[in-house]
Write a protein that binds this ligand. Structure first.
Ligand code: DON
Length: 598
C-alpha cells in the first residue's frame, strides 16, 4: 500500500462532440430491464432520447431528472437569478412533475458552495412527530414494518419547502414567487405522463387506491392508474403553490395546510399534530470536508450517512494506488471499491443516526482508523466483514451534538454551486395525498431503524443510534457532494437517488473523475457496483460486462445483477486562467433526465 500524489492531469471538460460520442457509446452498451428488487428508476425503452444528458453553459447549468424542471431552472437564470434560484425553481417544479420521487410533502439535504466560499449545509430532512415513539411500529409485540412504509404513521414532518424558502431568502437573488407560480401553472395546465411515471404509478396503484384523496388525483374514475400520454392536471397542488406564493410558508407550517394534514393523518390513525409542523426547522449543519488527492470533498454530515461514509471510503482508498489498480484490471479496481463499501456500510449500520440524538463518533473519519480498516483489505479475495469497526474516542468526540428521491445540481458563472437531494422516500411516499392540497406525504419514518434485525425498504439494518424519538430525523443516505480544488474553487458537484446505492454511486463518481480522469458524463454513465455490508452481496449492474462480474465472483463475491444502481446528476466546472469558468452539467442516461445550460 502506498499513498499516491494528487492527480496531475484532470480533464473535466472534454470537447463536447467527444463527450457526446462517449455518452452514446456508453449508453449503447447499457441494458436496462431491472432484475430483482430495485427501487430506482430504470431506463424507459420507449422514451425518446431527445433530452440532452450533457450541457455546457456560460451563465449557468443545471441537471435534473426531468426536462420541465431543468427548464424552470433556465427560466430562473434568464430572470437574473443565480444557481440557488435555479435550483429552487427546479426543485419546486419536480414537486409537480416528479411527485413519485420528491415534493413539498418530503424533505431534502441541500449543500451550497456560494461564490463567497462559505460552505452551507441545510438539513431539510423530515422530522419524527412529537407523538412518535420506538413502539409505534409494533403490533402485538411484533415489528410491523409495513406501517412505516404505507399510511398515516409513515410520514415525517416535511422539510423541503422550509429549506427552499431559506435557500432562496439567504442565498438567492430573485423572488421565489415566480418559481412557485411557474410550478403552479404546470400543475394547473398539466404535464404528459411518461412511460416511466406510468410504470411507477402502475406499481403503486394498489396502495394508492386505499386512500381516496390520492386516488382522485392519480387514478382514473374506475380506479385504474393513468397511463403513458395522459395529461395529468393537479389543480389542488396548483392552489397550494399559489397560497404559498401569497401567504408564505407560514400557510404550510403554521396555517391551513398544517391543520388539514394533521387532521387527515390523525383521522386515519396517525400521530402527527399541527404543532409538529409549527415546530419544524431547517437546520444549518457543519459540512464534512475531506482531503482526497489534493482536492477537498465536501459532504453532508448526519443525519446523512453519505458524507461520513463517502469520506471513510475515500480515506481507505487514499491508502491505495487506485488508478494503477484499475489500470491493471477493472475487476480488481471494482473489488477494491466493494471492499471499502462493505467496511464503511458496516459502520453505518452500527454507529449512524441523527447526531443531535445519537453519539456519532468523529473518530469514524480518523485517518489512522481508516488506515487500519484499509489494512484488512485483501486485493485478491473478498473478505468477510463480521462487524462494525471501533473508531477512536467513540464516547468523547462526537458529531454535532447540540444538546423515491432525486438529485439536482445547478451552478453559475459567478461560482455558486448547489447540490440538492430531495425525496418522499419510496415511490409516492406513504401514498397519502392531503385532501384538497395535492401534496404527497413522505414515508420517511421507514428510514429509522424500527427494531433490531428488521430491514427497511432498502434492506438496511440499523442500531440504537437510529431508533425513533420525537423530533429526531431519520438517518439518510442522501449524499449531495461538492469538490473544491487546492485553491478552494469548485470543480465538481454530484449526488444521486437510490437509497444506500446513493453513497456508493457518489464514491464511484468521485473515483472515476478524481482517480481515473474520466469526464463527469463518462463517470455517470459507467456501470456501477454496490455493497451495503448486509446482505453480503456484491450488486452489479447488468451493464457491467460478464467477464468482470465472473472475475469478481472468482474473488469470492456473492453476485446479484440488477438493472440500475442509483440515478446520478452532476456538474463540472473547468477553469482556464483569465477566462470565465466553463460549466458542464451531466445527467443520468438511466432515466429520461435532462441537462441544460445557458
Ligand atoms: O434518505 C434516504 O436515504 C432515502 N429516503 C432515500 C430514498 C431514495 O433514494 C429513493 N430513491 N430511489
Amino acid at each position: 500500500m502506498r499513498l499516491i500524489p494528487p492527480t496531475s492531469r484532470r480533464v473535466f471538460l472534454r470537447d463536447l462532440s467527444r463527450s457526446s460520442l462517449a455518452m452514446s457509446a456508453a449508453a449503447s452498451v447499457l441494458t436496462y430491464p431491472t432484475k430483482g428488487q430495485d427501487s430506482t428508476s430504470v431506463k424507459d425503452p420507449n422514451r425518446s432520447d431527445a433530452n440532452p444528458r450533457v450541457a455546457t453553459g456560460e451563465q449557468g447549468v443545471v441537471a435534473t431528472v426531468n426536462p420541465l424542471a431543468s427548464q424552470a431552472a433556465m427560466q430562473a437564470f434568464q430572470r437574473g437569478g443565480n444557481a440557488i434560484d435555479a435550483a429552487v425553481a427546479a426543485s419546486l417544479m419536480l414537486s409537480v412533475v416528479d411527485g413519485h420521487n420528491s415534493g413539498i410533502g418530503g424533505g431534502c439535504l441541500a449543500l451550497v458552495y456560494p461564490a463567497d466560499g462559505r460552505v452551507v449545509a441545510l438539513d431539510g430532512r423530515e422530522m419524527a412527530p412529537g407523538g412518535a415513539s420506538p413502539e409505534m411500529f409494533f403490533r402485538a409485540g411484533q415489528p410491523a414494518p409495513e406501517l412505516s412504509q404505507l399510511g398515516p404513521l409513515a410520514a415525517g414532518v416535511p422539510g423541503l419547502l422550509a429549506t427552499l424558502e431559506r435557500l432562496s431568502r439567504e442565498h438567492g437573488q430573485i423572488d421565489w414567487n415566480d418559481a412557485l407560480l411557474g410550478a403552479a401553472e404546470v400543475a394547473d395546465a398539466g404535464f404528459v405522463i411518461s412511460e416511466h411515471f406510468a410504470r411507477v404509478l402502475r406499481n403503486s396503484a394498489g396502495d394508492l387506491k386505499r386512500f381516496p384523496a390520492s386516488a382522485r388525483v392519480l387514478l382514473d374514475e374506475s380506479g385504474q392508474p393513468w397511463s403513458n400520454g395522459h395529461l395529468l392536471r393537479q389543480p389542488d397542488l396548483a392552489q397550494t403553490l399559489r397560497q404559498i406564493a401569497e401567504q408564505g410558508i407560514a400557510w404550510f407550517y403554521q396555517g391551513e395546510f398544517a391543520e388539514r394534514a394533521a387532521t387527515h393523518l390523525r383521522e386515519a390513525g396517525g400521530v402527527m399534530a399541527a404543532s409538529d409542523f409549527a415546530n419544524y426547522k431547517t437546520l444549518a449543519r457543519r459540512a464534512i470536508q475531506t482531503q482526497y488527492r489534493g482536492d477537498s470533498v465536501i459532504g453532508f454530515p448526519p443525519p446523512s450517512s453519505g458524507g461520513i461514509h463517502d469520506a471513510q471510503m475515500l480515506g481507505m482508498l487514499a491508502e491505495f494506488d487506485v488508478a494503477g489498480i484499475f489500470a491493471e484490471s477493472q475487476a480488481r479496481g471494482l473489488h477494491l471499491l466493494l471492499e471499502v463499501m462493505k467496511r464503511a456500510m458496516a459502520d453505518r449500520a452500527y454507529w449512524l443516526g441523527d447526531a443531535d440524538f445519537a453519539k456519532v463518533p468523529r473518530g469514524l473519519l480518523d485517518q489512522d482508523y481508516l488506515r487500519q480498516l484499509a489494512s484488512t483489505i485483501d486485493l485478491s479475495r473478498a473478505t468477510e466483514v463480521k462487524s462494525h469497526g471501533q473508531p477512536p474516542r467513540a464516547e468523547l468526540d462526537l458529531f454535532g451534538q447540540r444538546k423515491h428521491t432525486t438529485h439536482l445540481t445547478a451552478a453559475d458563472a459567478r461560482g455558486n454551486v448547489v447540490a440538492i437531494t430531495q425525496t418522499v422516500n419510496t415511490s409516492f411516499g406513504c401514498k397519502m395525498i392531503v385532501p384538497g392540497t395535492g401534496v404527497v406525504l413522505n414515508n420517511e419514518m421507514d428510514d429509522f431503524s424500527i427494531a433490531p434485525g428488521v430491514r427497511n425498504a432498502f434492506g438496511l439494518l440499523g442500531s440504537e443510534a437510529n431508533v425513533i424519538a420525537p423530533g429526531k430525523r431519520p438517518l439518510s443516505s442522501m449524499s449531495p457532494t461538492i469538490v473544491l480544488d487546492g485553491d478552494r474553487k469548485p470543480i465538481l458537484s454530484c449526488g444521486a437517488a437510490g437509497g444506500p446505492k446513493i453513497i456508493t454511486a457518489v464514491l464511484q463518481l468521485l473515483v472515476r473523475v478524481l482517480d481515473l480522469d474520466e469526464s463527469l458524463e463518462q463517470a455517470i454513465a459507467a456501470p456501477r457496483v454496490h455493497h451495503q455490508w448486509s446482505p453480503d452481496v456484491a450488486v452489479c449492474e447488468n451493464a457491467l460486462n460478464d467477464q468482470t462480474v465472473e472475475q469478481l465472483a472468482n474473488m469470492g463475491h456473492r453476485i446479484q445483477r440488477i438493472g440500475s444502481a442509483a440515478v446520478a446528476q452532476g456538474m463540472a466546472m473547468h477553469r482556464i486562467a483569465g477566462h470565465a469558468p466553463q460549466l458542464t452539467a451531466a445527467s443520468d442516461p438511466r432515466v429520461a433526465s435532462s441537462a441544460m445550460g445557458l
